[in-house]
Design a protein around this ligand. Structure first.
Ligand code: GLA
Length: 713
């Protein structure tokens, strides 16, 4: 499986401050021009140092991944001119340029980069600097082969691809520290550098002996004694008992579920420390206004993103469709996931300019679709959208990838659409300044549970992300806004919390959820919930474990299904598919909402979903995967129970609504994902920012069209 298959997948306060001189200029400009002319401001303040480019720019940034090291310097001017003409306000540079930055060990050459950054500044293109560590130079890995990662087959990686390094290697980390330190010393106060991206899409781990030792040390620090570890892992099973820490293998393959879970946690901590090594090099030399981020890959399951995101100033992700077309729900849920890593606005650090080169069919997105995707990102809380890449490299593995400028150096047809997005970002920037999405509904996403189910799917058809998306789709359509959050966050601001996949439910988490319910929250659990403890061991209670008493019912038995079975009840008649749990309501006030019809004998006539009022709130457990229609009726009931209301109001099918809130206003982003014009009725009079036709109280939005509406409170 390639890394692509994993893709289903606020701005930091410090650099949002707007110095008074700029504010004055903005006020004057607004008086004269009616909009905030960010690029004009940038021009007006050119030559003044100290505060940084981003503050002078529009709050909505448009960017491109630019690789000046691949081109003669004489070409840079034209590239930057074309960027500026398309309202591109930042470029990310450097993340694969190590061989140009350090052509020999210890001999650094950053002069060319400084010239590129300076030239970009002349065109009002700010810079996000990538540290070049995803692609070590050949001299490094030749002289120090121990820095190369080792695959599961025991072979060391070779030069020529990227990510060939071992993420635990102390020597590699030293090299990373030094190059990041050199860059930070040179550019940490550069006014045109607005932030840093560390490495690029962390993914490849190493299975070398040193990593294994590190893992064993990590386990020792956590468990303290082998007796403790052996007990939690039930190693008496198959004579797995460990007598010495050095006997513990790496956690891949058909191994003990506890070992495998700990390996994933170790990998997460290791990426966090790999990253911290570079943060420690950069931060002491970098202005506070320069943010530090890295680019994630949506629902990629290789590490716990909540752990890795902790030390970052902002999160960003790379939003690729691959084959086919943008699925608004699949894409929207991934934006919401990324926003939830730090519970603040985020960046789209890469997205596809039409087509990629790595999918099964690298079809081009339809005309208007790239624009719809850019605005969808903004609606869900993005502050920047960057296209990968600016211009096709003449050689290298990605020659066929989509770009904004062709190999010949002139714009491709999509360039105009991106320029339109840029112009709209300028137009709408002021309306969206200092706004972010807020939701009454949360969905819990937990890496431990994700991994635990993946290790033991029980049926190859079990698609937990598919289930998450089904819940998301059903609820988002009704509430028009959903947060995706770590289960341990404070939940009291939410009217409704859904946990479709919470397989691991340790006691403290159960207590946390119960407290939420008792205080008036509505909790909905999906199948396989509450089965295991934090060591991935089965609980000695039936599902949902520590919540059985509160639910007043439990799961008697679970079944992987070969075929669909009928269900009926409060949510109408439909089918259970792929997975069904036989439930039993024991408390007299536990309500059975859905029952199985004639099934496999065991399930016949048994409960499929139970709900019970607890304290001021309610717990509902849905023990089966339901067909979409039944899920839809379930969602009607769930939303009504929780008192959640749509943030905008009724819209036609295919229109996505998002909301960002600011002081004294809320801003709606409406996108028509249908390939025909649609009309949307406004619940009340609002300011129309992008200029759609307004007919009485309705806006008309063409296919893939977008509108931004400001609703002043
Ligand atoms: C990833 C990488 C980029 C590039 C693109 C191509 O997101 O970060 O360097 O390879 O994919 O889609």
């Amino acid at each position: 499986m390639s890394e692509r298959d994993f893709r289903l997948c606020p701005q930091a306060k410090a650099f949002k401050r707007f110095p008074s001189v700029y504010t004055l200029l903005a006020v004057v400009a607004i008086l004269f021009y009616g909009v905030l002319p960010a690029r004009m401001l940038a021009g007006a303040t050119r030559g003044q140092d100290s505060t940084g480019a981003l503050e002078r720019h529009n709050p909505l940034l448009l960017g491109a991944a630019w690789y000046p090291e691949q081109w003669p310097e004489s070409r840079w001017e034209e590239d930057l001119r074309l960027m500026e003409a398309a309202h591109i306000t930042f470029a990310r540079v450097g993340e694969f340029a190590w061989s140009r930055m350090e052509p020999e060990e210890g001999k650094y050459d950053l002069d060319w980069l400084e010239r590129a950054i300076a030239k970009a500044a002349q065109h009002h293109v700010a810079i996000v600097l990538g540290t070049p560590t995803p692609a070590p130079p050949a001299w490094l890995t030749q002289a120090y082969p121990d820095t190369l990662r080792v695959g599961l087959d025991g072979r060391r990686a070779v030069h020529g691809n990227r990510q060939q390094f071992s993420f635990t290697s102390p020597r590699y980390r030293q090299f990373c520290h030094k190059i990041a330190d050199q860059m930070a010393k040179r550019f940490g106060h550069n006014r045109n550098v607005i932030g840093w991206q560390i490495d690029n899409e962390y993914a490849e781990v190493s299975y070398d002996d040193y990593t294994k030792e590190q893992f064993q040390q990590w386990l020792k620090a956590k468990y303290k004694t082998l007796d403790n570890l052996n007990a939690h892992w039930t190693t008496a099973y198959w004579s797995q008992t460990y007598f010495d820490w050095s006997q513990i293998p790496l956690g891949e393959g058909y191994n003990n579920p506890a070992l495998r879970l700990e390996w994933k946690r170790f990998v997460s901590d290791t990426w966090a420390s790999y990253q911290q090594n570079q943060i420690d090099a950069i931060r002491p030399h970098a202005d506070q206004r320069q943010f530090i981020t890295t680019n994630f890959m949506g629902f990629f399951e290789g590490f716990d993103h909540y752990v890795v995101a902790k030390a970052l100033d902002l999160t960003s992700w790379d939003d690729y469709v691959g084959s086919g077309h943008a699925d608004p729900d699949a894409n929207g849920v991934t934006h919401d996931l990324t926003r939830g890593f730090k519970r603040q606005n985020f960046w789209v650090m890469e997205t596809q300019p039409g087509a990629v080169n790595w999918a099964d069919v690298n079809n081009f997105l339809d005309r208007g679709e790239v624009r719809a995707m850019a605005w969808q990102a903004i609606g869900h809380g993005a502050e920047a959208v960057e296209y990968w890449q600016w211009r096709s490299a003449l050689n290298g593995q990605e020659q066929y990838h989509g770009t904004l400028v062709g190999a010949d150096g002139t714009p491709v047809p999509l360039y105009e659409e991106v320029a339109q997005i840029g112009a709209e970002f300028v137009k709408a920037g002021d309306a969206l300044r200092d706004t972010s999405p807020k939701s009454e509904v949360a969905m819990l996403y937990d890496y431990d549970s994700r991994w635990a189910i993946d290790f033991q799917q029980h049926t190859e058809k079990y698609d937990q992300l598919g289930l998450l998306r089904q819940y998301y789709r059903a609820i988002r359509m009704r509430a028009q806004s959903v947060d995706i959050v770590n289960p341990y966050v404070r939940l009291d601001g939410y009217k409704l919390v859904l946990a479709p996949d919470l397989n691991l439910l340790p006691q403290p988490l159960a207590q946390h959820l119960l407290a939420y319910v008792r205080n008036g929250g509505q909790l909905v659990l999906g199948p396989r919930s509450g089965m295991k403890d934090e060591y991935n061991a089965l609980l000695t209670q039936r599902q949902p474990g520590y919540l059985v008493d509160a639910l007043g019912g439990r799961v008697e038995q679970f079944y992987a299904l070969e075929k669909d079975f009928p269900v009926s009840g409060k949510w109408g008649a439909g089918t259970a598919t792929i997975w069904a749990e036989q439930m039993e309501a024991s408390a007299p006030d536990a309500e059975v909402l859905l029952k199985y019809g004639e099934a496999n004998g065991w399930l016949d006539g048994q409960a499929a979903a139970i709900s019970r009022a607890v304290g001021k709130g309610r717990i509902t457990y849905i023990g089966a995967i339901l067909d979409d229609k039944t899920m839809s009726s379930a969602a009607d009931w769930i939303v009504e129970q929780s008192g959640t209301t749509p943030i905008f109001g009724a819209v036609p099918d295919g229109i996505e609504v998002s909301r960002r809130e600011g002081v004294g206003k809320q801003v709606f982003v409406l996108i028509n994902f249908k390939r025909e014009t649609q009309q949307v009725t406004l619940p009340r009079a609002m300011d129309v920012v992008l200029g759609s036709a307004v007919l009485r109280n309705r806006v008309e939005i063409p296919a893939y069209g977008v509108e931004v509406l400001v609703d002043k409170k």
